[in-house]
Each structure stands twice: as C-alpha cells, then as structure tokens.
Design a binder for this molecule. Structure first.
Ligand code: HEC
Ligand code: HEC
Ligand code: HEC
Ligand code: HEC
Ligand code: HEC
Length: 417
C-alpha cells in the first residue's frame, strides 16, 4: 500500500475491511468479492458538497434495484447500486474533494509505465496544449471549451472550494485521473485488490458509456443537431455491439516487461492504418467524361469522419494527362447567422458517410476527354477545410492524408488492337 496516496485518496471514502487486509496478504484478488471487501462510505465528509447528490442518487437507485431484482440478496443489490452511483468520466467540474490531481496523476504514471508512455503521446494528454485546439480557442474563447479539453481545470472561476486550479492542471488534458478517479477512488474495468491500491470495478468503463460524456454534446447554444455525435452514430451503426475500446484501445503487449503481459493501449491514435480501415472504395468510368466513386463504411462504428465538426473527406480524381476533375467534399455544412455574440454556426447539411453499411456514390466530372488516360482516384481525409487550416496555421501535411486510392487503366488498353 502507498500510505500517502491511499490516505489522500481514501480520505473517508473507502474503508478497507479486515478481510481486505487478509486478502491482500494472499496477493491479488479480482472478483465480485473484491468489490465487497471495500466499503465505500460517502457519509463521512459532511462538508463535502459533492458527495451529497450522489448519496441521494444512491439511495434512489438502491430502491429501484431492490424493487427490480426482487429475489437478489440485498448486499448484491447494494453493490450494484453503488456501482451505478459512481460518476463516469465527464466534462466539467470533477468531484475531486481537494485531491492534488497533478501529483496524483504523476503517481499513476510512476507505476503504470506502459499506459503512461502511451497516454503521454496521446491527443487526450494534449487536449489543452494541442496547437490546433489553441488556435481554435483563440477564435472562440469560451469557458465551455475547457470542460473537455481541460477537465481537471474546467472554468476560470475563483472557486475556493476547489484548490490547485493551475496551469499544470490544465496541461494534464484528459488525465489518468479524469477517467479513473471518481469520488476519491481508483476505478477500473473490474474490481481488484493489490498491494498498491484497491481498484473499484465499474464494468461500464469497458463500454461506450466511458466515452459518452465528452464524445457526444450540444453546441454551446443548443441547436437542431449536436456539435459532436459519435455516440448516437455508434448506437445507430451495424457495429453498435463493438465497443469504442475494441477499435480505439486495442490489446497490446507490454513493451518493457520481461514476462509476457498485455494491456489496452492508451494511445487513442487515429493513424494511417485506422483511417484506411474505415472505408472500402471502388471507382469506374461513368458517362460524360466522369468517374463515379463508391464509398462504404466497413471498419468504423460511426459516421466517417466522426468527431470534430470540421472533419471532412475529399474525393479527387486526376488523369495521367494532367486533367483534374472537380473534387467532391463530404462534410457537415454550416452557415453563419448573426447572434448576440457576433455570429454563430448553423448546420445546413451533412454529407458525411453514414455507418449503416449502405454504399454512397459520388460523380467527378472531368472537363476534358480522358478516355486514353489512366485515372487516379483518391480519398483524402482532412481535419478541416484548406481555408480554415490556413487561417489556423495548420500545415497541409498535418491537416490531410490520403486514405484510399484507385487506378483506372486507359480505355484504349482494353480495346481490340
Ligand atoms: C505504487 C504503484 C501504483 C500506483 C501509484 C498506482 N497504481 Fe494502479 N495498480 C498498481 C498495481 C500493482 C496494480 C495491480 C495490477 C497490476 O499489476 O497492474 C494496479 C491496478 C490498477 C488498475 C486495475 C488494473 C486491472 O488489471 O484491472 C487500474 C485501473 C489502476 N491501477 C489505475 C491506477 C490509477 C488511475 C492510479 C493513479 C490514481 C494508480 N493506478 C496508481 C500499482 C499502482
Ligand atoms: C463536451 C466536450 C467538448 C467540448 C465542450 C469542446 N470540445 Fe473540442 N473536442 C472534443 C472532442 C471529443 C474532440 C475530438 C474529436 C476529434 O478529434 O474529431 C475535440 C476536438 C477538437 C478540435 C480538433 C483538434 C485537432 O487536433 O484537430 C478542436 C480544434 C476543438 N475540439 C476545439 C474546441 C473549442 C474551440 C471548443 C469550445 C468552443 C471545444 N472544442 C469544446 C470535445 C469537446
Ligand atoms: C480517456 C479515458 C482514459 C484515460 C485518459 C486513461 N485511461 Fe486507463 N483505461 C480506460 C479504459 C476505458 C480502460 C478499460 C478498457 C477495457 O478494459 O475495456 C482502461 C484501463 C486501464 C488499466 C487496466 C489495464 C489495461 O491497461 O488494460 C490501467 C492500469 C489503466 N487504464 C491505467 C491508466 C493510467 C495510468 C492512465 C494515465 C497514464 C490512464 N489509464 C488513462 C480509460 C482511460
Ligand atoms: C473527459 C473527456 C473525454 C473522455 C471521457 C474521452 N475523451 Fe476522447 N477526446 C477528448 C478530447 C477533448 C479529445 C481531443 C483532443 C484534441 O485533439 O485536442 C479526444 C480525442 C480522442 C481521440 C483522438 C481523435 C483524433 O483526432 O486523433 C479518440 C480516438 C478518442 N478521443 C476516443 C475516446 C474513447 C474511445 C473514449 C472512451 C474510452 C474517450 N475518448 C473518452 C475528450 C475525452
Ligand atoms: C469498428 C471500429 C470502431 C468503433 C466501434 C468505433 N470507432 Fe471510432 N474510429 C474508427 C475508425 C476506423 C476511425 C477513422 C475514421 C474516422 O475518422 O471516422 C475512427 C475515428 C474516431 C475518432 C476520430 C475522428 C476524427 O476524424 O477526428 C474518434 C474521436 C472516435 N473514432 C471515437 C469513437 C468513439 C467514442 C466510439 C464509441 C462510441 C468509437 N469511436 C467507435 C473505428 C471505430
């Protein structure tokens, strides 16, 4: 056990039972019984405002669970309800009860080297420092943005109840603590007792619920469509039964360890390989000097592209003779309408590829006769339009990459001589 960490974290929340100490002496314990050996007590801190609503919810859900499960022993029902009352990772003020999250996060990193190394290079860790985010924040400096991009330092308020609101806290981005520390406890996908600390199991961490708080949300001023809708796209997709973690946290071998051991990657990387796996693409020559390109989402559990509102695909074609077809952008379209704060973006259309498995065809007309040329078709993924990238100072090779290519041979090559 790490006394200092434990003392701070558990400040009145977790009371390890005598059986807990005995189990620990025997080594790791992972099961429902681990859950039972931890008595979580939310009553003990009367001045902690954050514990109260939880307490209410807890007793409510306890009643519901007992009512629904009827015959289930009360202790199980209680464990279940306690489970449900735990908050999931979410934007905005976290219930930290005065924990020094920066130090705590360093402690997580010092023991969990593999996850730490991966997280250190991830977009989650960079969520606040990310130069693209910073450029966008400058254009639209709303406290709202920090809810998800700096969840450990959400708003610029002098709230004396929440100490340690510092630059370092902002720079944590989405930290270990954001996803794994709830109401003063370390939460993981399963309950586990170890020499170092108890882990309270919350099976929802292995489901989309772990991501929902930040990957589906409304515009700061609500409108007809959400600002990001990855969760509802996922729920409507034929791959709804495949978890986000399955595609975004693949099981990988520990790098440093001498014994073979595996863990779930914490890189959350959207790399070339993942992007290329999203679609299947075919192309053929069409009448009127055009080429038709058919795109189907086969490897993503949501629209492509999903996520940020400016993500887009551009389908391009060029001929070996140098002719260019007019490209087609598949993206969400917006208009700017006047508002009290200047102007705001309203969605007027959404041409991204839906994930329902249906093919979508686009036509690219060439201005010239290209029958005797090889045609080169490519699908380009762009973080944002080239215009916006220039405005935000995002270099072209950071902004875009080719994720599919098709070559069509010249028509004469297949003619009889
Ligand atoms: C002193 C070292 C140490 C510190 C500090 C520490 N851990 Fe752990 N943690 C362990 C050990 C040892 C285990 C047991 C399982 C293992 O060997 O990975 C464990 C287990 C876990 C598990 C469950 C793993 C599983 O297989 O289900 C999670 C999640 C976890 N820790 C997260 C954290 C977080 C988040 C922090 C910081 C708040 C933290 N740990 C701090 C050593 C540590
Ligand atoms: C409720 C959570 C949430 C809020 C609030 C939020 N974002 Fe984000 N933001 C995200 C998520 C999740 C992503 C990742 C999606 C992706 O990469 O496609 C993201 C991605 C971005 C990106 C893309 C970064 C890159 O590397 O390409 C920018 C820029 C951005 N957000 C700016 C903002 C700004 C500016 C605000 C405030 C007006 C804001 N966000 C508010 C969750 C949020
Ligand atoms: C964006 C949320 C998120 C962040 C940030 C995050 N984790 Fe996790 N972590 C998860 C989820 C979700 C799982 C469970 C995946 C599963 O098993 O389905 C997990 C699993 C784990 C496990 C269990 C063993 C494994 O890796 O499979 C450990 C240990 C762990 N995380 C430690 C950390 C540490 C340490 C950090 C910071 C360096 C961290 N996590 C940051 C979401 C996160
Ligand atoms: C506390 C909020 C939060 C939670 C919880 C969270 N994310 Fe994120 N995520 C973000 C933000 C913010 C970004 C964008 C960071 C940036 O680029 O500036 C992001 C980025 C990502 C990216 C990288 C996108 C890119 O453009 O490279 C992936 C993939 C991702 N998240 C998946 C997940 C999954 C899967 C989960 C659930 C296990 C999850 N996230 C949980 C806030 C969150
Ligand atoms: C079947 C695999 C699969 C599942 C399930 C899945 N994704 Fe993805 N995800 C992908 C692929 C492939 C891409 C790259 C194409 C794209 O950007 O849409 C991607 C991209 C992303 C991005 C980056 C978007 C961008 O371009 O910036 C985020 C964020 C993301 N996924 C979050 C999630 C979340 C949250 C869930 C669960 C609700 C989820 N994904 C479920 C495969 C998957």
């Amino acid at each position: 056990m790490i006394p200092e960490l434990f003392e701070k974290m558990c400040a009145g929340y977790i009371r390890p039972s005598p059986e807990y100490e005995r189990s620990i002496a025997r080594g790791l314990v992972a099961s429902d019984s681990a859950h039972e050996l931890l008595t979580i007590d939310m009553h003990v801190r009367p001045n902690d405002r954050s514990a109260k609503p939880l307490l209410k919810r807890r007793s409510l859900s306890l009643l519901c669970v007992v009512a629904v499960l009827g015959g289930v022993p009360v202790w199980q029902a209680a464990a279940l309800s306690r489970h449900k009352a735990l908050p999931l990772p979410h934007p905005g003020a976290q219930l930290r009860a005065g924990l020094d999250v920066v130090r705590l996060n360093e402690q997580c990193e010092s023991c969990h080297n593999e996850e730490a190394r991966e997280w250190r290079g991830s977009k989650h860790q960079q969520a606040y420092q990310d130069p693209i985010f910073q450029a966008a924040l400058e254009l639209e400096p709303l406290p709202f943005c920090r809810g998800c991009h700096a969840p450990e330092a959400p708003a610029e308020v002098g709230d004396s109840e929440v100490p340690f609101r510092t630059q370092q806290q902002r720079d944590l981005g989405v930290g270990c603590v954001t996803c794994h520390v709830q109401v003063g406890q370390i939460v993981g996908p399963r309950s586990l007792l170890s020499q170092s600390h108890p882990t309270l199991g919350d099976a929802r961490l292995s489901t989309a619920a772990a991501c929902a708080g930040c990957h589906e949300f409304e515009f700061p001023k609500r409108q007809r469509v959400p600002m990001q809708s990855t969760l509802s796209e996922h729920a409507a997709s034929p791959l709804a039964d495949v978890s986000c973690q399955n595609c975004h946290m693949p099981v990988v071998e520990d790098g440093a360890s001498d014994q073979p051991k595996q863990h779930r990657s914490h890189r959350f990387e959207v790399d070339d390989q993942l992007l290329r796996s999203a679609l299947s693409v075919s192309a053929e020559r069409a009448p009127n000097r055009a080429v038709s390109v058919t795109l189907t989402v086969t490897g993503a559990g949501h629209a492509v592209p999903t996520g940020d509102l400016f993500r887009r695909l551009e389908v391009r074609a060029r001929s070996s003779g140098g002719a260019l077809a007019s490209p087609v952008g598949l993206e969400r379209r917006f208009e700017l309408v006047p508002s009290e704060t200047g102007s705001e973006r309203r969605q007027t259309g959404d041409e991204r590829l839906v994930a329902d498995g249906s093919p979508q065809t686009v036509w690219l007309p060439f201005g010239a006769d290209v029958a005797n040329d090889t045609l080169h078709v490519e699908v380009v993924y762009q973080r944002m339009s080239e215009g916006l990238a220039a405005r935000l100072g995002v270099a072209s090779d950071t902004n875009q990459q080719v994720i599919a290519e098709v070559l069509l041979p010249p028509l004469c090559a297949i003619k009889e001589p």
